[in-house]
Write a protein that binds this ligand. Structure first.
Ligand code: PHE
Length: 475
């Protein structure tokens, strides 16, 4: 086991796990979900989900990994027997599926970064059709312009960057990359927020975001909040089991988990503080009441339009920095997603790390191609009959959400019924002498044994109904 690698210490682990958590989920998905779910109300439920459900699950997940000192499959198998190993495989599969679609969206962000910084994207008249053509045309390499637009190429490059980092191992690859990108990410984010708050009408955006209007509350607000919280904290699929297995025995689990949760939540919160003032600035410029902020195109259609309003120089600087921020966030997550199956093949199957990394990167990239062409190029994948007319990328993304919440639910059942909560407590207290008499211990026992499995189970079922049939058609 000694050659598995370790984080150099608590800071390395926290940065890497926070890097995994902070990703497209925070900067791309959180603001648009908040936008379509009434802003502040969504934020309110999101925070409840983080502290009530997600934090205890995170502590449990890290404790499993550190106690077993193995990959997701190996950890469940070691602590609970072969049958539970299947839950590890379910998580590994979820990781592979997430990476397959995540890399496609990361490729778009990378393309936008290059196009805004060095190309002429900001000269577009209409950003909606531009985005449509961009995601549709995946390999028009016939001209230089076409080459610069090929999002097939962008996502290949993104996967290669991910694989290069992961192939270097835990300390030299994952930890080192996060030590550069995470501080960079915070700096860019804060810089853009400060700038966006100085724009006309910025305060109206802040109000929309911060003052809840409970009449906006819907069932979907709660479901979206929960799914988003789980996805955003990288829970339920063994990512933190894997990272936790590289954590040293004397590092503090409960504090690390608290810092990771706060770091992730703060980036999601700050992304909203960056996006909504920008959106309301655009409303002011265009003299309209509401620019559509709902849905995935928010950062690819609405934001570029805002950057182009800032003029050629400033637009390029602010817009380029924004998409660099998105790329950093995505890359620190894709490396954690790739590490989960890599750890399985290295620890359990005893394969060579470098070969596994490149083999998996290639395979997962290919798995993502249907997602890439589902945005218009292949009509059959653009409108799935069995999935209420939605596209393949949304289908895979939604299935992953379901895999995470069900995986989290089963993990809590595993801890309380099979591994036993006392073993989790003793793993945590081995590096925290005061833990055994703390309130935290009682809180974690209660949430992991009762609250989290029940709520996650019920909510998973509701999400499945919502996705396939629509909640309004069933209830
Ligand atoms: N947490 C990442 C994000 O917010 C996505 C992710 C999910 C990464 C699961 C790893 C595991 O974008």
């Amino acid at each position: 086991m000694s050659n598995r690698g370790n984080f150099s210490g608590r800071i390395g682990f926290i940065l890497a796990a926070a890097g995994s958590a902070v990703g497209l989920g925070n900067i791309w998905r959180f603001p648009y979900l908040a936008g379509q779910n009434g802003g502040a109300v969504f934020l309110f439920f999101y925070l409840i989900c983080i502290f009530l459900l997600c934090y205890p699950v995170m502590v449990g997940e890290i404790a499993i990994g550190r106690a077993a000192n193995s990959d997701a499959y190996g950890s469940y198998k070691k602590l609970g027997g072969k049958g539970w190993g299947l839950l590890g495989l379910y998580g590994i599969l979820a990781g592979i599926l997430i990476l397959s679609f995540y890399n496609v969206v990361a490729g778009w962000a990378f393309g936008y970064f290059l196009q805004i910084s060095f190309g002429n994207l900001l000269h577009q008249q209409d950003f909606g059709p531009y985005f449509g053509a961009f995601v549709n045309d995946i390999f028009d390499l016939s001209s230089l312009q076409g080459f610069a637009n090929s999002n097939l190429l962008f996502s290949i490059l993104f996967m290669v960057a991910t694989a290069v980092i992961v192939s270097k191992g835990i300390q030299k690859g994952i930890e080192a990359a996060n030590k550069i990108m995470m501080p960079g990410l915070y700096l860019i984010l804060i810089g853009i927020i400060i700038y966006s708050l100085t724009l006309p009408n910025a305060m109206s955006g802040v109000k929309f975001y911060l003052i809840p209007d409970f009449s906006e509350l819907r069932w979907t607000t709660i479901l979206d909040g929960l799914k988003q919280a789980f996805f955003s904290l990288s829970l339920g699929m063994g990512c933190l089991i894997t990272y936790g297995s590289y954590l040293k025995k004397d590092d503090n689990i409960s504090k690390s988990a608290a810092i990771i949760s706060v770091a992730d939540t703060s980036v999601a919160f700050l992304s909203g503080m960056m996006v909504f003032p920008l959106v309301h600035f655009l409303q002011y410029k265009l003299q309209v009441d509401n620019v559509a902020t709902a849905g995935p195109p928010l950062i690819f259609i609405v934001l570029p339009q805002i950057f182009s309003e800032m003029g050629p120089v400033l637009g390029r600087i602010v817009g380029g920095s924004f998409f660099l921020l998105v790329c950093f966030a995505a890359l620190t997550s894709t490396i954690s997603l790739l590490e989960v199956p890599v750890a399985y093949f290295v620890d359990t199957m005893k394969y060579n790390r470098t070969r596994v990394v490149w083999g998996l990167a290639a395979g997962i990239f290919i798995l993502g191609i249907p997602c890439m062409v589902s945005q218009g190029m292949v009509p059959a994948l653009n409108q799935l009959d069995f999935y209420r007319g939605q596209d393949w990328l949304s289908f895979i993304a939604d299935m992953c959400d379901i895999m995470l919440t069900t995986g989290g639910c089963l993990m809590c059942i595993f801890i309380s019924r099979t591994w036993k909560i006392e073993n989790m407590h003793s793993e945590i207290s081995s590096s925290e002498p005061n833990y055994s008499t703390s309130f935290l211990k009682k809180y974690l026992t209660f949430t992991i044994m009762w609250v989290a499995p029940v709520l996650l189970g019920v909510l998973s079922i509701l999400v499945i109904i919502e996705k396939f049939w629509g909640l309004e058609n069933v209830f």
